[in-house]
Design a protein around this ligand. Structure first.
Ligand SMILES: [Zn+2]
Length: 356
């Protein structure tokens, strides 16, 4: 026990970075007789109709009805190909349906048509980030901060750049993609941590969340399921039991609506690990109950991804990967879809606990 009191403490920042997506609203438009106006300028009938479709598309986007938004915005783009806001919103809608490469093309087009749209720079940076294109993301976010220094999200984007630079410096030191089966090398590049076998099953305390603003009912069950999924894919190399009391628990999960308490304010969750001479002795995870960006609501799907990611950290995967399909990818996914642990996640967890 004395050894535990002297345990060396270290902090592992868990930077699951956010994306920034803000759809535009089309300016009010109206028709007078046969003459069409947009922002007080006369336009063609097609341009006018495209603006109507744009407004409808944005309404679909706000209702998270992304497939209908794609259809409507493609109609708008066909009618008026030079309309930057149409391509911007089409990019957002495509991203939300998981078509990230197509989304990037649309946002690049929107940026080229009108480089004065702040959201386009931000969203494009976010999409590069979800694709693991770290350098492109840094350059694009950097351009955003340079062009719009007074923007309300400028500080947040600067934090994102810092987090990405950290990932980029790790990337240059680790030869990633060396193994197709697992990402053990990436996540242990800066040291390996694991729980001693004698501690299994790990006692997990999940704090009640109902008094934290914006806490979503059912989150505890989703979190428990995510712990059990790691247990199952690791074939029991790590195992968990849920306890009612924080006292004597190994892992504590808490909720907060204030990301300013995190090391990096652009994170959706933060894991801290404490180790002694025989391995890990304590882990704690704080989960954010509010979305980092209003256009990326914390749905069950996104919570699920954050849970899987932070649990990966707490079982000892300190680092990140640059493969968007991995649970330990450094960024949150823009597509709002359910995630399960992959073969690579499983193999990595097993290897973490079987390596001598
Ligand atoms: Zn992380």
């Amino acid at each position: 026990m004395a050894a535990k009191n002297k345990a060396k403490t270290y902090l592992l920042g868990a930077s699951l970075l956010s994306l920034t997506l803000s759809p535009f609203f089309a300016a009010p438009s109206f028709a007078e007789g046969e003459q069409y106006f947009l922002n007080n300028k006369p336009v063609s009938k097609d341009q006018y109709q495209a603006a109507i479709f744009l407004q409808e598309g944005v309404k679909f986007l706000h209702a998270n009805n992304n497939r209908d938004a794609v259809v409507k915005l493609k109609q708008a783009a066909d009618l008026s190909p030079g309309f930057a806001e149409v391509h911007h919103n089409l990019g957002i809608a495509l991203a939300k349906t998981g078509q990230v490469k197509e989304a990037i093309s649309e946002l690049e087009l929107a940026r080229n048509l009108n480089p004065n749209l702040d959201s386009t720079w931000m969203s494009l940076g976010g999409l590069y980030q979800t694709e693991g294109r770290i350098q492109d993301a840094i350059v694009t976010y950097g351009e955003f901060v340079k062009r719009f220094p007074a923007h309300k999200d400028a500080k947040k984007v600067s934090d994102l750049i810092m987090g990405l630079q950290k990932e980029a410096s790790k990337e240059s030191r680790v030869t990633s993609g060396g193994s197709l089966q697992d990402y053990y090398a990436e996540v242990t590049a800066h040291g390996r941590a694991r729980w001693p076998a004698s501690k299994m099953p790990l006692k997990v305390f999940i704090a009640p969340g109902k008094n934290t603003p914006n806490f979503k009912a059912g989150s505890e069950d989703l979190l428990k399921q995510s712990f059990m999924d790691w247990q199952n894919v690791s074939k029991g190399a790590v195992s968990f039991e849920f306890v009612e009391s924080e006292k004597n628990s190994d892992i504590q999960c808490t909720w907060t609506n204030d990301s300013s308490k995190f090391k990096n304010a652009a994170e959706a969750g933060e894991t801290q690990l404490f180790s002694g001479k025989n391995g890990l002795v304590k882990g704690s995870i704080a989960f954010l109950t509010v979305p980092l960006m209003p256009d990326m609501p914390l749905t069950q799907n996104r919570l699920r991804l954050i849970f899987l990611h932070e649990i990966g950290h707490v079982i000892g995967m300190a680092g990140h990967t640059n493969n968007p399909k991995d649970a330990m990818f450094f960024s949150i996914d823009v597509a709002d879809s359910w995630r399960d642990l992959t073969e690579r996640d499983a193999t990595t967890a097993i290897r973490l606990y079987s390596e001598p």
